[in-house]
Design a protein around this ligand. Structure first.
Ligand SMILES: Cc1cc2nc3c(=O)[nH]c(=O)nc-3n(C[C@H](O)[C@H](O)[C@H](O)COP(=O)(O)O)c2cc1C
Length: 197
């Protein structure tokens, strides 16, 4: 990678996701999302599906989930993509804000039919959820939406993360594995650097 030639690191991340998908990585657009629990000032992580939308990374959150509560009170978040087969990783840090309904619906429309039904059926806030009840709800959703797409439920909100920092890491270019950093410049644009191992 020649960092000085990369003027749009978020778009570059999109190219890496697409390349990982084409090269057979399953869930190439899944990433680990880290949030902060403001009550205890502790980190909290889980996997989410992420899409690139212009200069932002967007994902869905159930408002009743841990991350839904945490992002509401603490907008700083980080994402880590890892593609095992390619031995590539990208870390992203930034600040989130809520998508408006129109943008969230557009994103919802890009999810697979099955994943919309699972999302509608899950109760992420339940610590010891009732699996039978979940399967019953999922079956009901399948019956209701067998011929048309299910609408986005009110408790599924879209967030967009505006990156302040991206770090690209890969084996193969260099045996010693340097990291390629991009940070938001104070006056706009990006500052880039190669960090030697
Ligand atoms: C591959 C994969 C993709 C997932 N995508 C999402 C997602 O887009 N949004 C979401 O809320 N949960 C998603 N989940 C479930 C979360 O990882 C998590 O279990 C759930 O949201 C509750 O997390 P929380 O209570 O820590 O917020 C996904 C899980 C996996 C394994």
């Amino acid at each position: 990678m020649n960092v000085s030639e990369v003027t749009d690191p978020v778009g570059h991340l999109g190219e890496w996701i697409e390349s990982a998908r084409r090269r057979g990585e399953s869930d190439a657009h899944a990433a680990t999302l880290a949030t902060v629990d403001p009550a205890f000032v502790r980190p909290s992580v889980r996997t989410v599906y992420v899409q690139i939308d212009g200069d932002a990374l967007v994902f869905f959150v159930n408002t009743r989930s841990g991350k839904g509560q945490q992002l509401r009170w603490h907008p700083h978040a980080a994402l880590c993509f890892f593609w095992r087969g390619l031995q590539q990783q990208v870390n992203v840090e930034g600040v989130v804000d809520l998508l408006d309904d129109e943008a969230a619906d557009r994103l919802w429309a890009q999810r697979s039919h099955e994943s919309t039904l699972v999302a509608r059926s899950s109760e992420q806030h339940a610590v010891f959820g009732d699996l039978d009840a979940f399967h019953a709800r999922l079956e009901q959703e399948h019956d209701t939406y067998s011929f048309h797409r299910a609408p986005r439920p009110d408790n599924w909100l879209g967030y967009r993360l505006l990156p302040t920092r991206l770090e690209f890491w890969a084996t193969g270019w260099h045996r010693a594995r340097p990291r390629y950093l991009f940070e938001r410049a104070p006056g706009g644009g990006w500052q880039s650097a190669v960090q030697e191992p």
